[in-house]
Design a protein around this ligand. Structure first.
Ligand SMILES: Cc1cc2nc3c(=O)[nH]c(=O)nc-3n(C[C@H](O)[C@H](O)[C@H](O)COP(=O)(O)OP(=O)(O)OC[C@H]3O[C@@H](n4cnc5c(N)ncnc54)[C@H](O)[C@@H]3O)c2cc1C
Length: 468
């Protein structure tokens, strides 16, 4: 890593030389010069950075918040969905480290991969730092500089103002395809009408007497929670689906304590390592049709806070086990399931899902169903995978025609709206990240642009190749 110092006193760690780039007529100090620049330290970005570091290239993560994990941590999204696809190297690395932190990651029943958000962001940070990786927190990516078809620098906004980062390879792990869009890559968004998947504003409650809650539900012959390990518990209520909690929701609605919009989707999980705490996968925010609109996102936050207050009061006043419970935290980031998707060298489609597609450059695998939380009823292929069945994700869905040294790692790879709803789950995104990080290492070492790299050779090098 080369850390440069500007004579203004900016970025003052280390004194080598001052480099600057011009950005809209302003001289901007160059903060880092790296082999691999990962924009976005979320689910895909962290996996990609770890993979790049494991392959010995100088890597920095640029993250706009001050914790790694993205949707997993800042949107409070847990657990990792169950998958029968064998867990790949980076996935295993993170899971084993969580276990060393005495976080129980396996419930013994569902093949979900569990964590709590504080433990996960800490573990990710430690894994990056131990491998010599740099993390630039509180740094908002805003634009990039290009020469011909290559990105030369990204521009970030920090506490000291604008800074530039030079890289040989760049990973767009922003989930919103922000680096790709600003670099001139074509993108799509939403379904045929341009509507995105539903937005959720998650929250956690503490002080829950989970034993009492469990006892109450079992006394009503509730069968929703299939997990046998008593350290784990989950609850749900979707109006009209016959859930045990529905009469309580209905009573609160009749009393004016809940509104119709609160009854649409309710789900909560315990958190390993956090006794008496549950994390809630709700509320779904009504009437937000486009997650690509910053004003709509802001309105979703305001609306979500109101809905969270109603749900918390309802739980405390109506549901056994919650009498002494309290709102522990709200997510610091909205739960966005889908926004922009790049149009890359291959667009993965629901046809590929249906036929369990295989590709010579397949670099990750997915087996989750097409999981749409949509504002309208979509026509979803009714195809259930048996355990062991999967589709592959080709390397070409991560790279673009427009930019030579750019690769995408996250929910925004090149796919259709329906297909994205399957590949967006965390274990798959981590595997995509692993492939992206290795691709950067090969690109740097062999001096081949990312979008001309041999995906078949990359597949061969990936550990998952052992099982493919
Ligand atoms: C409500 C909800 C429930 C879900 N439930 C589950 C579930 O139970 N299990 C499961 O496996 N999956 C679930 N998913 C899906 C899964 O969590 C996400 O699809 C996945 O985590 C996305 O990973 P990502 O790397 O694409 O994005 P993220 O993890 O969100 O990472 C993007 C990162 O980029 C950073 N960033 C963005 N813009 C900038 C910028 N300008 N500058 C710097 N940094 C930036 C963000 O801060 C963030 O850290 C759920 C998703 C949602 C929204």
């Amino acid at each position: 890593m080369v850390l440069l110092r500007a004579n203004t006193g900016c970025f003052t760690e280390g004194v080598l030389e001052m480099k600057k780039v011009s950005f809209f007529g302003k001289d901007i100090p160059v903060i880092y010069e790296m082999d691999c620049v990962v924009v976005g330290g979320g689910t895909g970005g962290v996996a990609a950075a770890l993979s790049a570091l494991e392959n010995n290239i100088k890597t920095v993560i640029v993250e706009k918040t001050i914790s790694l994990g993205g949707t997993q941590t800042n949107s409070l999204v847990s657990p990792m969905m169950p998958t029968n696809v064998p867990r790949q190297y980076i996935n295993r690395l993170i899971t084993e480290r969580l276990q060393q932190e005495r976080i129980k990651t396996d419930d013994g029943t569902t093949s979900c991969n569990w964590f709590n958000v504080e433990a996960l962001s800490y573990v990710m940070e430690q894994l990056i730092v131990e491998r010599g990786g740099e993390i630039l927190y509180d740094a908002n990516y805003i634009d990039c500089l290009k020469e011909n078809n290559k990105i030369t620098h990204i521009i970030v906004n920090t506490c000291e103002g604008l800074g530039a980062i030079h890289g040989r390879t760049f990973i767009d792990a922003t989930a919103d395809a922000l680096l790709s869009r600003t670099a001139g890559v074509k993108t799509n968004s939403g379904n045929n009408e341009g509507h995105n998947q539903q937005v959720t504003f998650r929250f956690e409650m503490g002080g829950i007497d989970i034993a009492t809650l469990r006892k109450y539900l079992l006394s009503k012959n509730d069968t929703y929670c299939k997990i046998k390990d008593s350290d784990f518990f989950e609850i749900a209520m979707v109006q009209g689906k016959g859930h045990t909690l529905e009469p309580l929701f209905q009573k609160a609605f009749n009393n004016g304590d809940l509104q119709q919009e609160d009854l649409r989707y309710f789900q909560g999980f315990t958190q390993p390592g956090k006794p008496n705490v549950m994390s809630f996968n709700c509320p779904h925010i009504p009437n937000i049709l486009q997650t690509t609109n910053p004003i709509a996102r802001s309105k979703a936050v305001v609306k979500g806070r109101e809905m969270i207050r109603r749900l918390v009061n309802f739980l405390v006043n109506y549901v056994p086990g919650f009498q002494h419970a309290f709102l522990l935290r709200e997510a610091s980031q909205l739960g966005i399931r889908e926004s922009w998707r790049i149009v890359g060298q291959y667009v993965l489609t629901e046809e590929d899902y249906i036929k369990r597609a295989r590709f010579t450059d397949g670099i990750a695998r997915g087996d989750w169903y097409i999981d749409i939380h949509s504002v309208k009823n979509e026509e979803i292929p009714k195809v259930q995978f048996s355990p062991g069945e999967y589709y592959e994700i080709p390397y070409r869905s991560l790279i673009t025609f427009e930019v030579d040294n750019l690769i995408v790692a996250g929910r925004h790879i090149s796919s259709t709206f329906l297909m994205q709803a399957s590949l967006r789950i965390q274990p798959t995104i981590r595997d995509i990240g692993q492939a992206a990080g290795l691709a950067c290492a090969l690109s740097v070492k062999e001096n081949i642009p990312l979008n001309q790299l041999d995906g078949v050779a990359l597949r061969r090098q990936l550990q998952l190749m052992e099982e493919l």
